[in-house]
Design a protein around this ligand. Structure first.
Ligand code: SAH
Ligand code: SF4
Ligand code: F3S
Length: 463
């Protein structure tokens, strides 16, 4: 996944200015929002630049290499800025690098005030108070006994037309290559009642599309209002019934947790969008076994077949890793074949990156970097072709688009198709927040252009 960018709000006048820099997955983006919420009662309000800030939080990611280096170089820059400004800037490192390398951070950058792991964000106000008092560093990277979900405030501000809602965190899968089970801890699910209440509030504040978030979101098992245990399909059915909620998604899923009920939900719930991120990582059974994924390539093909039986217009996206230890040319070719068989209009692909402390890092038969690099380029060329073909096939179709934002050019608005493609049209801002039929007229590399069907007064866009 790509850097999530710099999360921040507007430059509203504030008692204390908080700047949050976010790397990594959607979970981190979500967490950055919750950290801002938890600090709001202390008088902190988000600002978009670190200059002059009273507190800067780096919300870090540890998934691939150089993550820690990026953190140290950003810390160096912030330290200089802090030395040059009048007010005291509290420097905090949060997220998965903090969890994995908290002690190293304090050893290498002793000027950092707070180091906190992802399970301790609800304790942030107390840590800030301690840091202000002590003048020394505060570190919290234990996995606390209490559930942070029970202690974090709900999203304070309206969340926008499309919004994320974390329902599950942590991972018990221990894939050979992955740090997440170590940085995020064991799988934990929020209760159905809290999720439903939060979703209702979001919809009442104008959110039309909710993406349920979790490291293994389809492993969600939540306590139901009647005390029984629900799976994700049951929760989705409940959420789909909220009036005004137009679109539902969930991410990221593991093939092992795609149960019958969840597959059926894709056929039963029109609000559940026909697009599913279901990472397969590799198409080789040998490598899937070495990765500890606990399913075969044909198991994956069978899940996709059943999903498409339930929802024929379903499109898949995936994550792929090339160059996992032991991967031969034949293994790589099996991945290419799986991609040809399934087709992925969108996908993320990575060169294997050894992570300290994970089983694969010490495994024999590490793949040379140049070989892995060549495989990555070959795989990405095929994925690109599939994405281009998928987008080109949309030209001439009328597709419902949920409008989310003003476009780049004046008079334009932008939105997403059910398959998450970006679309822009000429149209009034008043349509933001609504879903409209759009005739797709052109496919560009990363977006589509079209024309609003129900608004004949709009000039036809020359694409
Ligand atoms: N829970 C999700 C993925 C979380 S991490 C799942 O099970 O699929 C996001 C993606 O980063 C992974 O799907 C994987 O493709 C990639 N990734 C994780 N560890 C990696 C590593 N050590 N090297 C390269 N890519 C990695
Ligand atoms: Fe990492 Fe595997 Fe867990 Fe996904 S399922 S977070 S890849 S260990
Ligand atoms: Fe990165 Fe942690 Fe997410 S390692 S991908 S921020 S769970």
């Amino acid at each position: 996944m790509t850097d999530a960018g710099r999360a921040a709000g507007t430059t509203a006048p504030a008692l204390k200015r908080l700047h949050v820099i976010t790397w990594g997955c959607q979970m981190n983006v979500y967490d950055s929002g919750r950290m801002a919420d938890v600090l709001a009662p202390l008088g902190y309000a988000p600002v978009s630049e670190p200059e002059g800030a009273d507190m800067v939080i780096l919300n870090t990611c540890h998934i691939r290499d150089k993550a820690a280096e990026k953190v140290f170089s950003e810390l160096g820059r912030l330290r200089k800025m802090r030395d040059a400004q009048d007010n005291r800037m509290i420097l905090a490192v949060a997220g998965c690098v903090a969890q994995a390398e908290g002690k190293e951070i304090l050893a290498r950058a002793p000027y950092v005030d707070i180091v906190l792991g992802p399970q301790t964000y609800h304790r942030l106000p107390e840590m800030v108070a301690r840091a202000a008092r002590a003048g020394g560093a505060v570190i919290e990277t234990d996995f606390p006994a209490e559930d942070k979900f029970d202690h974090l405030p709900e999203a304070a501000a309206p969340q926008g037309v499309t919004a994320f809602l974390t329902i599950q965190e942590g991972c018990d899968k221990f894939c050979s290559f992955c740090v997440v089970p170590y940085t995020r801890g064991a799988e934990q699910s929020r209760s159905a009642a809290t999720v439903i209440a939060e979703a209702r509030r979001m919809v009442a504040q104008g959110t039309a599309e909710i993406s349920l978030l979790g490291q293994n979101v389809n492993a969600w098992r939540g306590t139901a209002p009647d005390g029984s245990t629900w799976g994700l399909a049951r929760l989705l059915r409940e959420l789909a019934a909220i009036p005004g909620l137009k679109r539902l998604r969930y991410t990221t899923s593991h093939p092992r947790d795609m149960d019958d009920d969840l597959i059926a939900a894709h056929g039963d719930l029109p609000a559940l969008m026909p697009f599913l991120h279901l990472p397969v990582q590799s198409g080789s059974d040998r490598i899937l076994a070495a990765m500890n994924r606990k399913h075969t390539a044909d198991d994956y093909r069978a899940i996709v077949r059943r999903l498409r039986e339930a929802r024929p217009d379903l499109a898949l996206s995936s994550d792929f890793i090339v160059g996992h230890p032991g991967e031969t040319e034949a293994d790589f070719e099996a991945t290419m074949q799986l991609i040809r068989d399934v087709t992925f209009p969108m996908a993320y692909s990575f060169k294997y990156s050894p992570r300290p402390g994970t089983p694969a890092a010490g495994a024999p038969m590490q793949v040379p970097d140049d070989v892995a690099h060549r495989r990555l380029l070959t795989l990405q060329a095929l994925l690109r072709e599939q994405q281009d073909r998928f987008n080109a096939n949309c030209v001439g179709l009328t597709i419902p688009v949920l409008f989310t934002n003003p476009g780049r050019d004046p008079g334009q608005i932008g939105g997403r198709t059910p398959w998450l493609q970006a679309v822009h049209v000429t149209g009034p801002q008043s349509l933001i927040g609504t879903e409209q039929p759009v005739l797709i007229e052109a496919a560009m590399t990363n977006s589509l252009a079209g024309r609003l069907l129900d608004h004949p007064s709009q000039e036809r866009r020359s694409a």
